[in-house]
Write a protein that binds this ligand. Structure first.
Ligand SMILES: Nc1ncnc2c1ncn2[C@@H]1O[C@H](COP(=O)(O)OP(=O)(O)O)[C@@H](O)[C@H]1O
Ligand SMILES: [Mg+2]
Length: 228
């Protein structure tokens, strides 16, 4: 297998209600795969079920050629997959610095690397998580994820609610990161998606409706699914 992550027939459930239907996707090493779709189509559920946070049935997930389908979430995280939730997953009662301390593991992604990626973070290290702006929370969330030194980072809605200049900062960071790590990003901002994606999966109603490389999928097609 060439892929770093391969998902086969992902059927995710909350209790008895099925949210995703036979989702297939894969990510190659060093690639950015973007899951696109309106609110409620099942993007977050898909990502969380890969991480083992949501129940799945008759589904297979392979990561680095290992079958992680039935592993507990902490084992999946340990195998090198890190999920950055849409709220950044920042602890509100801890300072940014202490948030980093909780996450830090040995590896190529150091605090210096994170400061290079998001220079603004240097100025807010002492601030409590509760007092961060939306944009700061997204940046600190991605940084925390990186400091865990995973092989793949899964980022949910990184551009959501951000001013255009911050959206550009995040896109630049993701494009820089791509040389060092594989990424899955779920998002709805067309310009942002087009500026980061190598591969695109369009979701609607819990299913993948269209997939391909950025070159294969027309901008209008993405727009159509986002507008539905
Ligand atoms: N914890 C939950 N329990 C039950 N249903 C949920 C839960 N979280 C999300 N859903 C439902 O699952 C569907 C997909 O939601 P979600 O994966 O969050 O979509 P997206 O991330 O694309 O906005 C929605 O219909 C939503 O209401
Ligand atoms: Mg979501």
């Amino acid at each position: 297998m060439n892929e770093i992550l391969k998902v086969e027939s992902l059927n995710a459930f909350y209790g008895r209600s099925q949210i995703t239907f036979d989702i297939d996707f894969s990510v190659n090493p060093g690639e950015v795969a973007v899951v696109v779709g309106r609110n409620g189509v099942g993007k977050t559920t898909t990502l969380k079920s890969v991480m083992g946070y949501v129940d799945k049935k008759e589904s297979r997930v392979f990561f680095k050629n290992q079958d992680i389908s039935d592993l507990q979430p902490h084992r999946i995280a340990k195998s090198g997959l890190t999920f950055v939730p849409d709220n950044g997953g920042v602890f509100h009662n801890l300072s940014v610095e202490d948030n980093f301390k909780v996450s830090e593991r040995e590896g190529a992604f150091s605090r210096d690397y994170v400061f290079e990626l998001f220079p603004k973070i240097k100025n807010i290290l002492k601030r409590k998580g509760a007092h961060l702006s939306g944009g700061e929370r997204k940046m600190v969330g991605i940084s925390k994820g990186l400091l865990m030194n995973p092989d793949m980072l899964i980022i949910d809605e990184p551009s959501e609610g951000l001013a255009p200049s911050l959206v550009k900062d995040i896109a630049a960071a993701i494009n820089k990161l791509e040389e060092k790590i594989s990424l899955i990003v779920a998002d709805q901002n067309l310009a942002f998606i087009l500026s980061i994606a190598d591969r695109i999966y369009i979701m609607d109603g819990g299913r993948i409706k269209r997939s391909g490389t950025k070159e294969e999928i027309k901008k209008e097609e993405i727009e159509k699914f986002l507008a539905l």
